[in-house]
Design a protein around this ligand. Structure first.
Ligand SMILES: *Cc1c(COP(=O)(O)O)cnc(C)c1O
Length: 379
C-alpha cells in the first residue's frame, strides 16, 4: 500500500529547520546589522572560538567557503608546482580542483566500496618522490580511516589535509581508544558551511582547523591577503572571509549540531531497517572506527537499475541525488592528470550504483515510511 502524502518531500529542509530557531536567528541577524560590524569582529570571533571548543581543536580560522579552505590550506603549506597530492577519485570536484588550480598534481586513488572513503591500502601504490600531501575526504558524514592514513603520512613525511565538508561533528576512534573529531586529526582540516551542509549557514561560509599555532597564524594571513599587520604583505594570499551575519547564524546552529546529527541518525536507522532485507540494495556500511553524521544517506543499487529507480522515485515525487555520477579521472577537466587507461574498480562501481535519499533534521515517520514503501515497491 503506497499511499499519498500531503507534504512536499525535500532532499534538505532548511526552511523547516529555520522555523524552529526563527526568533533567535532573526534577533541575531538584526543585531549584526545594527552593529554594522559586517565582516570580522566580535561575532565572527565568538563563533570561531565556540567551534574550536566544540571540536576540541586549538584554532579555527573562518573563510569564505569550503573550496577556499582547501585552497588556502594548500597555499599555506608551501607546495610547489608539480608536487603531487593524493586524493580519492570518488569525491566532489572541489577536493581536486584546488590542487589543479595551484598547478599541483592530483593523484587519484580508489576508495573502499563499503565505506566510500579512501582505501588506506592503496596509498603506497600512489606514492612517488614528488608526493607531498594527502587529502582524505570524510564522505557522506563518516570519517575516513585516519589512523593508517596518519601513519602512512608520518612515515613518508606528507601533509594531511582533511576535507571535512560533509562530516562536521563526526568522531573518529583510534585503535588505542583515543577519540578525535573529524577535521582535527590531520595537519589542517577544512569544512564548508554551505546551506545544505550539516552545519549550514544562510549563504556561503567555510573554515580551517588546526592545532599548530604557527600554521594557524599563516592560514589566517593567507586568507587575508598575506598580512597580519594591515598593508604589510609577507605572503601572497587571497581574500576569503566569513561575514558576521553568517557567523551569528552558525553560532546559534552550532548549539544544535549534536541534536541535528541525532535526527539524521534516527532517519538513517529508519531507512536501514526498511531496506535491510532488500537484496537489491546495500544499506550504508557503518565504519568500525567512526560514528556517522549522515550528511547523505547513500544506498548502493546492486541490480543495475539505479537510474531507473531514480526516475521511478522522481515520478513518485520523491527527490534523490547521485553523488557522484562520474569518477574524477573521467571528468573532462581532469583527464590530463590520468595518463593510464586503467580505471579504479570501486570508484567505477560506486558511480554506477549510488543513490542518495532525502535526509535532514526535519524528517518524520510519515515521510520516511512513504519513501521506504515507495522505494521497496520498485523491486
Ligand atoms: C561542499 C563540499 C566542498 C566545497 O564546499 P563549498 O563551501 O561549496 O566551497 C568541498 N568538498 C566536499 C567533499 C564538499 O562536499
Amino acid at each position: 500500500m503506497s499511499g499519498k502524502i500531503a507534504q512536499k518531500i525535500h532532499m534538505v529542509d532548511t526552511k523547516g529547520q529555520y522555523l524552529k530557531i526563527k526568533d533567535q536567528v532573526d534577533a541575531a541577524v538584526l543585531e549584526v546589522i545594527d552593529s554594522t560590524w559586517f565582516v570580522g569582529g566580535p561575532v565572527v570571533k565568538r563563533f570561531q572560538d565556540n567551534l574550536a571548543k566544540f571540536l576540541g581543536v586549538n584554532y579555527v580560522i573562518p573563510c569564505a567557503n569550503g573550496t577556499d579552505a582547501l585552497q588556502i590550506a594548500l597555499m599555506t603549506l608551501g607546495l610547489k608546482p608539480g608536487d603531487e597530492v593524493i586524493v580519492p577519485a570518488f569525491t566532489y570536484v572541489a577536493t581536486a580542483e584546488v590542487i589543479a588550480l595551484l598547478r599541483l598534481k592530483p593523484v587519484m586513488v580508489d576508495v573502499d566500496p563499503d565505506t566510500f572513503n579512501v582505501d588506506p591500502a592503496v596509498l603506497e601504490s600512489a606514492l612517488t618522490e614528488n608526493t607531498k600531501a594527502i587529502v582524505p575526504v570524510h564522505l557522506y558524514g563518516q570519517c575516513a580511516d585516519m589512523a593508517p592514513i596518519m601513519d602512512f603520512a608520518t612515515k613518508h613525511n606528507l601533509y594531511v589535509i582533511e576535507d571535512n565538508a560533509q562530516a562536521i561533528g563526526a568522531t573518529y576512534t583510534f585503535p588505542d581508544g583515543r577519540k578525535q573529531k573529524a577535521g582535527t586529526i590531520g595537519h589542517i582540516g577544512c569544512t564548508s558551511f554551505y546551506p545544505s551542509k550539516n552545519l549550514g549557514a544562510y549563504g556561503d561560509g567555510g573554515a580551517m582547523m588546526c592545532n599548530d599555532e604557527k600554521l594557524a597564524k599563516e592560514l589566517r594571513m593567507v586568507a587575508n591577503h598575506g598580512q597580519s599587520i594591515r598593508y604589510y604583505h609577507d605572503l601572497v594570499g587571497c581574500n576569503s572571509r566569513l561575514d558576521a551575519i553568517q557567523a551569528a547564524i552558525l553560532d546559534i546552529k552550532l548549539k544544535y549540531l549534536n541534536d541535528y546529527s541525532d535526527a539524521r541518525n534516527a532517519a538513517a536507522n529508519f531507512y536501514d531497517k526498511a531496506f535491510a532485507n532488500n537484496s537489491n540494495l546495500q544499506i550504508p556500511v557503518r565504519a568500525k572506527n567512526s560514528d556517522h553524521v549522515f550528511h547523505q544517506y547513500t544506498l548502493r543499487v546492486k541490480n543495475g537499475k539505479r537510474d531507473e529507480l531514480k526516475k521511478f522515485l522522481e515520478a513518485s515525487n520523491i527527490p534523490s541525488m547521485i553523488y557522484y555520477p562520474v569518477p574524477l579521472y573521467k571528468q573532462k577537466a581532469y583527464q590530463e592528470h590520468w595518463t593510464t587507461d586503467k580505471t579504479l574498480p570501486a570508484t567505477e562501481l560506486l558511480s554506477e550504483q549510488v543513490i542518495s535519499l532525502p535526509i535532514h533534521t526535519e524528517m518524520n515517520e510519515d515521510i520516511l515510511a512513504h519513501i521506504c514503501e515507495t522505494l521497496n515497491s520498485f523491486f
